[in-house]
Design a protein around this ligand. Structure first.
Ligand code: 26Q
Length: 819
């Protein structure tokens, strides 16, 4: 058939085929007969990207519409996941592209697997930012996600001899068809040096920052399409480069190597993502990264403000800046510097703008995870910002003291500067003082935030505090990753649930219907078979798709208690060893997650999991009833395989430690039942799905506090519980570490000595609850009914709901009218 000839826009099959061939020939510069799988992937990606550009240009045009507020989402991490599949879903062209590709002799699923995911994040926080961009575009809100274009994202994980090995993530190796480099959009960023005072033409005292070094940030743009919304928002990531002219001098003097050195060190800033999630590290390069992307982003916003023809003084009417944790919180001081030092504004109006623009999301209560920078490090890199922070703090503490005279303790606790010993800048305090809104990410987390870490701020500014419970996008996490379930649901209740997930409630009335249950189980079983095949291929372990798939995937952390799950497995193992005929139901335990490279205990937990697997999987008495799998390299791509295949979702953190969790939502939305503590968003998930459809166990956050304040003694819990003792003794005796009996001693010592995360106190409750899970799984119809009800009642955990709350309560940003 004739094509319409529109290679860039045409949507019918002939157009798509022509477009793909054209990109093979003219973008990849290959003959079709010689195209590699990657050439085909790249060509399809470019053909899809072409089809996003009309909407994108219109949406970018709206950035100049003065009646619209732009949401600026500042985040050191965006864990976007593979783009191709998601863009096909959101543009509604999965089937047409599948056909075009097939007619060209290729298989779309093979091409989808060819994409290397951009792993520009560690875990929950980075993935949340990605879900929020999807929802912002879907809800037609003009938005820019600002971050860092790391050359190396989160490391790839391999398991060798049961240990984690980190491999550099060279995601750009084959090129990135989704990004557009904008060399014309670049900004200079100063670092180091000193400050000087001078008098301006009005004899006003001003400060000049004389940097020790200047680098350049260049914009790399990626379009983010909404789901059938006609809006395509912008992800703008900054790459650091050398300023050509800066070391010309050295070059002229013949010091060629020094000039090249400068270039290398400038490019270092955006080189690599720090692979730590919770623990605080005081690394200079990390602060440079944070300042680098924040400065570029704020300068970009000021440029857009001028393009809109608006005054800098009206910035807060044009932009809402969301700080994704404290990583970008230097924005408070940087905006003040830009307004006062460069735009020559007075302090007070500049401060008012800053507070009106900024809003801060907290993602952690762990005191050791709160960001703070030693003063000497801070002043060496950002001397002007430290002066500004001192001035912000001076004015702030003046207010505090006049409101609570004589309460020096209060002032010391609230101060942006920690003066109790070595001095630090407390970034959460800077963010809280400089923002009009502060939010936690789940109801319990927000309450604890108000009572603990930010209590004094809550007493001072109660009106600033909000809760916005996290959400996840049903587009990537159901439509794309679980197409069979999506089809089954849409066949029953229509497709409206994708943007109005409260409509999932209509499934409730089919939950007890045998025919529907049968189809539901069939989908789950298919998903489990697909995962089983991948597990076989990647680990060599054979698992039975009919067994209960019990899944724990998330970053490895003591507070997330992967090792509590291991205690459960060893308990079952002991039951079998004590009586090989004892009834232990068939289960597949699937773990996945990365450990921070410097977090030894986390790495030891991985080794424990694989070591226990080695023993259990090969024990003749177990006879295949229990299988333990460590699925290597858990990331977005692998998550899309794992969540749809789970029967049981493990959400077993110590109550009060997990801010929200978002994996918990992905599981439940895909029909897994949850076993969990009253922590993070588990509390609200349980409320929504009904307590009869949720396996609850463990001490509550209040009980944890109480236990600890009474002086928690793990050894007495160990001594008072025979099965627990048997489990710990087995680990300590080296039963899982032949050849190195002491391998797991640090873990045993931690549990018996401190047990900071109360594994031993929750052990019995967890075992009992798992026995209830076993009993429930035996009744397949009842289990399926619970599974359906879980999905039916998960509507509130769509990231669309969360973004609506941010828009209404925090950003005051309306959608683009029309459609
Ligand atoms: C900080 C300083 C230096 C280097 C790295 C970091 C760093 C990087 C990433 C600190 C923290 C993170 C990531 C934190 C994170 O992912 N938190 C999770 O956020 C989710 C989204 O709100 C929550 O659901 C999880 O409960 C929370 O753990």
């Amino acid at each position: 058939r004739e094509t319409t000839g529109d290679i860039r826009r045409g949507m019918d099959c002939a157009d798509l085929k022509q477009a793909i061939i054209d990109h093979i020939n003219f973008t990849q510069a290959r003959l079709v007969s010689q195209a590699t799988l990657n050439d085909w992937y790249m060509a399809v990606a470019y053909a899809v990207r072409d089809r996003m550009l009309d909407d994108w240009h219109v949406s970018l045009g709206h950035l100049r519409n003065r009646s619209l507020k732009i949401v600026s989402y500042l985040s050191a991490e965006f864990l976007m996941g593979p783009h191709l599949g998601n863009n096909l879903v959101n543009l509604g062209i999965v089937e047409s592209v599948r056909r075009a590709v097939a007619e060209l002799g290729q298989n779309l699923d093979d091409l989808l697997r060819q994409e290397e995911e951009p792993g520009l994040g560690n875990g929950g926080l980075g993935r949340l930012a990605a879900c929020y961009l999807d929802s912002l575009a879907t809800l037609r809100v003009p938005a820019i996600g600002y971050g860092i274009r790391y050359e190396f994202g989160i490391f790839d994980q391999e398991i060798r001899d049961g240990w984690q090995v980190e491999i550099t993530d060279k995601w750009l190796r084959m090129g990135n068809p989704w990004e557009i480099c904008r060399p014309d959009i670049s900004y200079l960023v100063k670092l180091g040096g000193h400050t000087e005072q001078y008098s301006d033409e009005n004899d006003c005292l001003r400060v000049r920052w004389v940097p020790g070094k200047v680098i350049k940030g260049v914009a790399y743009d990626t379009p983010v399409a909404g789901y059938c919304s006609g809006v395509t928002d912008l992800l703008r990531l900054w790459k650091s480069e050398a300023v050509e002219s800066f070391n010309f001098q050295a070059f002229n003097l013949g010091d060629y190597y020094r000039a090249v050195d400068e270039k290398v060190s400038s490019e270092t800033i955006s080189k690599v993502l720090y692979p730590n999630d919770e623990p605080q590290i005081g690394k200079q390069l990390r602060l440079a990264q944070q300042y680098f992307f924040v400065s570029c982003s704020l300068q970009d916003m000021l440029r857009i403000q001028r393009l809109r023809g608006e005054n800098i003084g009206d910035l807060a009417g044009s932009f809402a800046v969301q700080l994704n944790d404290t990583h970008p919180s230097i924005a408070v001081a940087e905006l003040m510097r830009l307004l006062v030092d460069e735009q020559m504004m007075e302090w007070e109006p500049a401060w008012e703008i800053t507070c009106n623009v900024m809003a801060y999301t907290n993602h952690t209560l762990l005191p050791e995870a709160l960001e703070k920078w030693p003063l000497p490090l801070f002043s060496a890199m950002l001397p002007r910002h430290l002066e500004i922070i001192f001035e912000i703090n001076r004015r702030f503490l003046d207010q505090v003291r006049s409101a609570s005279p004589g309460d020096d303790g209060l002032a010391a606790r609230l101060s942006i500067i920690d003066e109790g010993g070595e001095r630090y800048v407390r970034m959460a305090h800077l963010a809280s003082v400089g923002s009009h809104a502060i939010n936690g990410v789940a109801a319990l987390h927000t309450e604890l935030l108000k009572e603990t870490v930010l209590k004094d701020f809550h007493d001072l500014y109660p009106e600033r505090f909000h809760n916005v419970t996290n959400g996840v996008t049903p587009r990537r996490w159901v439509l794309l990753s679980n197409p069979a379930l999506a089809r089954l649901i849409s066949g029953k209740i229509g497709e409206g649930w994708v943007t109005r997930p409260e409509e999932l409630r209509a499934l409730e009335k089919f939950a007890g219907q045998p025919a529907f249950q049968k189809s539901w189980r069939k989908v789950k079983l298919e998903n489990k078979s697909i995962l089983a095949a991948v597990i076989r291929e990647r680990t060599g372990i054979q698992v039975d798709p009919a067994s209960l798939f019990d899944v724990l995937v998330k970053r490895i952390h003591e507070y997330k208690r992967q090792h509590l799950k291991v205690l459960h497995i060893i308990t079952l193992f002991n039951r079998i060893k004590a009586d090989p005929k004892s009834e232990v139901r068939s289960r597949t335990f699937i773990f996945g997650g990365k450990a921070a490279p410097g977090y030894h205990m986390a790495k030891l937990i991985i080794k424990l999991i694989t070591s226990v697997g080695e023993v259990v999987n090969n024990d003749p008495d177990v006879a295949g009833r229990l299988k333990v799998v460590f699925f290597p390299d858990f990331n977005v791509t692998n998550g899309q395989l794992v969540y749809p295949a789970a029967d049981l979702s493990e959400q077993i953190s110590t109550a009060g430690k997990e801010a929200s969790g978002t994996g918990n939502m992905k599981f439940s939305l895909n029909g897994a039942l949850t076993i969990g503590t009253l922590d993070g968003a588990n509390v609200e998930i349980r409320q929504e799905v009904g307590e009869e459809n949720f396996f609850l166990f463990g001490h509550t956050a209040a009980e944890v506090q109480e236990l600890k304040s009474r002086g928690y003694d793990p050894r007495s819990w160990y001594e008072g519980n025979a099965p627990l003792r048997a489990v710990i003794d087995r680990i300590a005796a080296g039963d899982f570490s032949p050849g190195d009996r002491n391998l797991f001693q640090p873990l045993v010592d931690q549990l018996l000595g401190h047990d900071d995360y109360l594994l031993l106190a929750d052990y019995q409750a967890y075992m009992d609850c798992q026995d209830r899970v076993d009993a429930a799984f035996r009744d397949r119809d009842a289990w399926t009914e619970m599974s359906i009800l879980n999905v039916a009642r998960m509507g509130m955990f769509s990231s669309d709901r969360a973004i609506r709350e941010y828009c209404e309560n925090i950003w005051h940003a309306p959608p683009i009218p029309g459609d």
